[in-house]
Design a protein around this ligand. Structure first.
Ligand code: HEC
Ligand code: HEC
Ligand code: HEC
Length: 424
C-alpha cells in the first residue's frame, strides 16, 4: 500500500513535470496565408518608419546582400547565429506568414512554424510596440522585393543549440505589455520613451548583460559592450564632464557631427543613420527621454579632471604621430575641424571614456564612408599603424584630457581587439 502510494506520487509528479515542460517548450504552428493584399501608400510610409526605428535592416541585411534577405552573422557568447530572410519570398522568406504569425514573432519570439527564436532578435523590446506599428511594419515588409535566399546554418554551442531552452530564458526576461503613455509626462517624452524602450531597443546595447545574456535590470542604460566597442552609459548625460545639450544629442543621433562631442562610429553609426530617416520630432523625442535618464545612486561620481601631467616618452611619440597622421583632420588648425565644428579630440567620449576600447576601434577601423553621412569619413589605420603606434597615440590623446586617470589596460586592450579582428 505504502509502496503503491509512493509510485503513484512519483508518477503524478512525472506527468505534471512532463506536462509543464511540454507546455513551456511547445508552441503551435500558425497556418500559412497566400500573399496578402498590397497596402496603401500611407500605411507603407508608416511601416517604413517603424522598420527604420527598429533597425531591422541593420541586422537583416548582410554586407553586399539584398535588403532584408538576412545572412548577417551575429557572434554571441553562445555561438554564431545568422539573421533570417524577412523579405516576402514565400519559401525562403516570410511571404506566407499571416499578420498573427508576424505579431507573435515580434512579441514572443516564436517563428510561424512554432520554433523558438533566439533573443539576439530583440523581441523582448519589440514586444512593447503598439499593434498598429507592428501591423504597419508587416505591411511594409510584405511590399519589399522578395528575395530567394536561405541563411547559413547556425553554430550554437550545446545546450543552446536546443531551441526550446529559450522558453526558460523567456520566463526570466520576456514580460511587459505594449507601452502606454504616462499621464504625468509630456507627449514628446512619452514618444521618446516609446521609441527608446520599444523599437529602438537602445538598452540592449547600452546595458550590462548577465551571464546568460539578459540585460541586468538594475543597471539598465549604465553602459555595455557590443562587438568589441563600449556602448557608453546613457544615464546622466546632462551631468557629464562635458554635458550634452538637446541640440548636440539630436545631431549625434541623426548621423551628424555633434558640436563638442563628435559623431557616431562603430555599431552606433547604422543606428544613427536609421534615426536620421525618421521625422525630426522623433529624434527630439528620443533626445528628451535620454537626457531625462538620471544616474542611479550607486554610480560613482566622475573624478575631477586635472591637466598638465608631464608626458611620458611614449606620449611624446604619440604627439608626433598625431601631427603626421591625424592633425590634417583633427589638429587645431585643420580646415575640416572649423567647417564641421568638429570637437578637439580630447573632449570626445572616445578619449574621455573609462575604457580605451572605442578610441582604439576608431583608430583601427576608421569611420566608413556612407552616403548619408559623407562628411565624416575617417580612414582605417589598422594596416598602417602597429600596436606601439596605436598605444602611443592613445596615451598622448588621453594625456590631453584627463591626465590623472591614465588608462592602465591600454596594451592589453589593443592586443585583444587586434586578435578579434584576425578572426574570420
Ligand atoms: C540585433 C539584430 C536584429 C534586429 C535589429 C532585428 N532582428 Fe529580426 N532576427 C534577428 C535574428 C538573429 C533572427 C533569427 C533568430 C533565430 O533564428 O533564432 C531574427 C528573426 C526574425 C524573424 C523570424 C523570421 C524567421 O524566418 O523565423 C522576424 C519576423 C524578424 N526577425 C523580424 C524583424 C523585424 C521586423 C525587425 C525590426 C523591427 C527585426 N527583426 C530586427 C536579429 C535581428
Ligand atoms: C547595436 C548596439 C547599439 C544600439 C542598438 C544603440 N547603440 Fe548607442 N552606441 C553604441 C555604441 C557602440 C556607441 C559608441 C560609439 C562611438 O564611440 O562612436 C554608442 C553611442 C551612443 C551615444 C553617445 C554616448 C556618448 O557618451 O558618447 C548615444 C547618445 C547613444 N549611443 C544613444 C543611443 C540611442 C538613443 C539608441 C536607441 C535609439 C542607441 N544608442 C542604440 C551601440 C548601440
Ligand atoms: C581624413 C580625415 C581624418 C583623419 C586623417 C583622421 N580622422 Fe579621426 N575622424 C575624422 C572624422 C570626420 C571623424 C568623425 C567626426 C568626429 O567624431 O569628430 C573622426 C573621428 C575620430 C574619433 C572619434 C571621436 C568621437 O566622436 O568620439 C577619434 C577618436 C579619432 N577620429 C581619432 C583619430 C586619430 C587618432 C587619427 C590619426 C591616427 C585620426 N583620427 C585621423 C576624420 C579623420
Amino acid at each position: 500500500m505504502k509502496r503503491k502510494t509512493i509510485i503513484g506520487v512519483v508518477l503524478a509528479i512525472g506527468v505534471v513535470g512532463l506536462g509543464f515542460a511540454f507546455w513551456m517548450m511547445w508552441r503551435p504552428e500558425i497556418a500559412t496565408v497566400s500573399q496578402p493584399l498590397k497596402a496603401d501608400r500611407e500605411t507603407l510610409d508608416r511601416g517604413r518608419r517603424v522598420v527604420e526605428a527598429g533597425d531591422c535592416a541593420v541586422c537583416h541585411t548582410r554586407p553586399g546582400g539584398a535588403y532584408m534577405a538576412g545572412g548577417l552573422p551575429l557572434v554571441t557568447p553562445f555561438g554564431t547565429l545568422f539573421t533570417t530572410n524577412i523579405t516576402p519570398d514565400p519559401e525562403s522568406g516570410i511571404g506566407k506568414w499571416s499578420l498573427d504569425a508576424f505579431e507573435r514573432a515580434m512579441r514572443e519570439g516564436i517563428a510561424r512554424d512554432g520554433h523558438f527564436l533566439y533573443p539576439a532578435f530583440p523581441y523582448v523590446h519589440y514586444r512593447k510596440m503598439s499593434d498598429a506599428d507592428i501591423a504597419d511594419a508587416y505591411a511594409y515588409l510584405m511590399s519589399v522585393d522578395p528575395i530567394t535566399y536561405t541563411a547559413p546554418q547556425n553554430h550554437m554551442v550545446f545546450p543552446m543549440n536546443f531551441r526550446p531552452l529559450v522558453s526558460f530564458w523567456n520566463l526570466l526576461f520576456l514580460h511587459g505589455d505594449p507601452l502606454e503613455p504616462l499621464p504625468n509626462q509630456s507627449a514628446q517624452w512619452n514618444r521618446g520613451r516609446y521609441l527608446v524602450e520599444g523599437a529602438g531597443h537602445c538598452s540592449s546595447c547600452h546595458s550590462p548583460l548577465n551571464l546568460i545574456g539578459g540585460e541586468k535590470s538594475s543597471e539598465r542604460f549604465n553602459g555595455g559592450v557590443v562587438d568589441g566597442w563600449t556602448a557608453p552609459a546613457l544615464r546622466g548625460m546632462t551631468e557629464a564632464q562635458h554635458p550634452w545639450s538637446e541640440a548636440q544629442l539630436v545631431a549625434y543621433l541623426t548621423g551628424e557631427v555633434a558640436e563638442g562631442h563628435g559623431a557616431a562610429a562603430g555599431p552606433m553609426l547604422p543606428v544613427s543613420l536609421s534615426i536620421a530617416q525618421l521625422p525630426t520630432e522623433d529624434a527630439h523625442a528620443i533626445a528628451q527621454y535620454i537626457l531625462d535618464l538620471k544616474k542611479t545612486s550607486s554610480d560613482a561620481p566622475s573624478p575631477p579632471c586635472t591637466y598638465g601631467v608631464k608626458p611620458s616618452a611614449r606620449a611624446l611619440m604619440g604627439a608626433s604621430l598625431f601631427d603626421g597622421a591625424c592633425a590634417s583632420c583633427h589638429g587645431g588648425a585643420a580646415p575640416m575641424r572649423v567647417i564641421e565644428s568638429r570637437p578637439a579630440l580630447a573632449n570626445t567620449s572616445a578619449v574621455m571614456a573609462d575604457s580605451p576600447r572605442n578610441l582604439i576601434q576608431t583608430i583601427l577601423q576608421g569611420i566608413p564612408m556612407s552616403s548619408a553621412a559623407s562628411s565624416h569619413y575617417m580612414p582605417a589605420f589598422a594596416p598602417s599603424l602597429d600596436d606601439t603606434h596605436v598605444a602611443a597615440l592613445a596615451e598622448y590623446l588621453r594625456n590631453q584630457s584627463c591626465a590623472n586617470r591614465p588608462w592602465t589596460d591600454l596594451d592589453k586592450t589593443i592586443k585583444s581587439i587586434r586578435a578579434q579582428e584576425q578572426q574570420p
